[in-house]
Design a protein around this ligand. Sequence first.
Ligand SMILES: Cc1ncc(COP(=O)(O)O)c(C=O)c1O
Length: 440
Amino acid sequence: METNHTESGASRRAFLKSTGALGAGLYLGSMAKPAAAAGEALALDGGPKAVTHAAAAATKWPLYGDDEISLVTELLRNPSYAPVAEFEEAWKAFFECPYAKAHCNGTNALTSMLFALDLPEGSEILVPDYSTWFPVVPMRLFGLVPVFVDVNPRTMNLEVEDCKKRLTAKTKAVMPVHWFGLPCDLDDICAFADEHGLSVLEDASHAHGARVNGKLIGNWGRMAGFSLQMGKPLPAIEGGMGMYKDQGDYERAVTYGNYDLPNSFPEDSPYRKYQGTAFGSKLRIHPVAAILGRLQLGKLAQYNADGVAQMTRLNERLNQLPGLAAQYVRQGIDRVYYSKNLFFIDEAKAGFSREKAVEALQAEGVDVSVYTWTLLHTYPLMSEAKYWRHMPVLPDAVPGCDQANRQAIQLPYWTSDQPELVEQYAAAFEKVWANKKKLA
Ligand SMILES: Cc1ncc(COP(=O)(O)O)c(C=O)c1O
């Protein structure tokens, strides 16, 4: 069987090499027939497919190399927990943050963060309706109340104006999530939170290494939780990280899930006495994941830069087409990607339906599908009193979420250098858009 590390190492080297070439603007001449396909018949009507390049491993992720394999092998020879502290030290240096705790997964990094908040029962936390249940369902364990908020339909991220409408005397925190690598407007969210005395808790699971106004996400809030699950920008196969600015937050979060660590706190810490019992969970990261996390952290900036450069080349072309727009990236935001490249189709401006566009693009060989997200407030659990000490606050209307769900499509995120695919995908879209009268 082929070894993944050899294959991924080779494709990574090729990616880096050709990213340089592409950056220098060398690729168009050698490669392609830009938009030549536009005048051709649609594949739907029997014309030639625009996408002919086969790249089986284009979306392969994670990419582990000989360095990961050799350190994991060494751990198997000499088992130890040392990689955990090494990973946390590397994380603190990368994020320039005072406290970090590695967890067995992102869900538990976020759950420990909720415990660390130490809020009175019934306290409300603003969460986007367009989010995952992972940090929301555990709120019920602590008597906290998720209040579902609308998102901006152009970004799929938390809408501050809607947060303002859902504020009550019980609102204590807001938990933005950076949807598929696009950071929220953290400056606006933090200004809003400051004004109302709320804590900002970042669910940073989708955007490791992204920045707002030059500052890394995860560093904006009082605390942040990251998933390191294998699809994420920083993959440890399974793992999580919590980041804290305040020593008390750190000690509470650590004591929630680490029976063995309270003795490591300073003598005067009120949490030292919980050595042994902790608070009932055991959430330590596996040392194998800690090794993978630390080594991937060292590669994160380059992976992100390469991926963003490639997606930017495609997205800038696609953004030219009427009624087609990628997730909107505001000035000052440095986004990253993982897994998907999300777009919106405004049917009125495009002149044909999203479904028709997807059908025509799929016929061209594009890996595209309609994208809809199940809104959190619609899950049965959110309405079942039996499971909540204080019921979630469900929204009357979320027009931003609805619009995003009506308009979104998903394309793949390529994790290796794919200049042929960039060119052929752009040509496929241009061809479909050039045939809009037929699709109307
Ligand atoms: C936004 C978000 N938050 C939290 C999580 C939970 O992380 P984990 O799967 O590592 O527990 C995920 C995982 O997919 C996620 O996408």
